[in-house]
Design a protein around this ligand. Structure first.
Ligand code: ADP
Length: 151
């Protein structure tokens, strides 16, 4: 018996969780895709954040629900607006890496008031996107931990 409290064990366990263990598949659109395409993709794939990639599959932007809503207000022809005009672009994208701790990723979500982070890998071509961490990822971990009754 270690003499540690339940809360201490809980904290110790969570602090070891890595991004690669929980990341999900990123949903992406090309830079040339229209706002209309992006809205369709968001519904079809049932996600709240889309990542924008170039022809080398490297990340160039992020699109949130509100980005797409904003672009839609008062615009007749959503097919005519390419997403690269309205996206949040590099280097202003907050990213994480597969070996980062989940707690660090969660802190970035809170500090930057965003819903999702791309999990990226730096290559000679640019910043490749390999996954995503969202508020849902963190909520799932929370529920799983409690349901597993480790503590
Ligand atoms: P919503 O706008 O739907 O509430 P977010 O809070 O995730 O969704 O997005 C807020 C703003 O931050 C949007 O303009 C979005 O493009 C941008 N954003 C979202 N994710 C990131 C990120 N990982 N890095 C930088 N900016 C982001």
């Amino acid at each position: 018996y270690t003499g540690k409290t339940g809360a201490e064990l809980f904290t110790e366990t969570i602090k070891k969780f890595k991004v690669y263990e929980y990341q999900s598949v990123p949903v992406v659109v090309k830079e040339g895709a229209s706002v209309y395409d992006a809205i369709s993709t968001m519904f079809l794939e049932d996600v709240g954040t889309l990542f924008v990639v170039n022809d080398d599959s490297c990340i160039t932007g992020v699109l949130s629900r509100k980005d797409l809503l904003r672009a839609s207000i008062g615009n007749q022809d959503l097919d005519a607006i390419p997403v690269h005009i309205i996206m949040t672009r590099m280097p202003n994208i907050t990213v994480c890496y597969r070996d980062d701790l989940i707690v660090e990723a969660a802190k970035k979500l809170i500090d930057n008031q965003i819903d999702g982070l791309p999990v990226v890998k730096d290559t000679d071509k640019g910043t490749e996107i390999v996954g995503r961490i969202t508020k849902t990822t963190i909520t799932k971990i929370f529920v799983e931990l409690i349901m597993e009754e480790h503590f």
